[in-house]
Design a binder for this molecule. Sequence first.
Ligand code: T5A
Length: 206
Amino acid sequence: MSKFITLEGIEGVGKTSNLQFIENLLQEAGHSCVVTREPGGTELGEALRNILLHHQGEAMSADAELLMMFAARAEHLDKVILPALKAGKMVLCDRFTEATYAYQGCGRQLGEEKIAQLETWVQGDLRPNLTIVLDAPIDVGRSRAGRRSAPDRIEKEKDDFFQRVRDCYRQLAQRYPHRIALVDASLPLEQVQTQIKRVLLDYEIL
Ligand code: T5A
């Protein structure tokens, strides 16, 4: 049966590192799996991602950022996510709408009302079956991300921005425990993966 699983967290907590691990577990359990990411996952979505993460010059307004996230998402749903779910596949996505609540809603302080309206417009009642939030203090994420590459437009934000983002993810997990699970990502990778496997079993994904 198809399921929609998303991975979330602040920069550098290990989403990319753990996507392959989850995909392998799903494949071992006999599932056909589509792995994708947001913003991105389609030709138009990747072009919007490039603008969102690398735009320079005149500052981007928070509303423009929010609307581009949802424009990319509408395309992603239409071209990739919904067709894969209809075909009975598992969809594993690096970030989805919980990132919008965390980054634009709390980080940019746009609040949740506009996002909830766009969520209903673009997604109808579709929500991920499971969202795994990799949770770690912002200095842990920053030092891991910093090892890897130069910061993009959003990664250049200050600590208070990322603290709001982290707090928002933790609140979402408290509010929707039936579909959002928090994993302690400050631990060594092997221990993070043990927790992820436990979550996949507990939420009856495996
Ligand atoms: N965005 C996105 C919004 O603002 N709104 C939205 O609606 C959406 C969808 C996208 C950006 O867009 C924003 C959020 C983001 O700013 P992204 O592609 O998701 O960006 O990229 P980042 O979050 O920047 O992800 P990163 O690739 O930087 O971080 P990851 O994937 O979380 O971390 P990863 O796996 O690359 O790991 C980083 C380093 O840490 C090591 C890894 O080996 C790697 O070197 N590592 C660990 N080291 C020790 N212990 C562990 N447990 C480790 N786990 C990983």
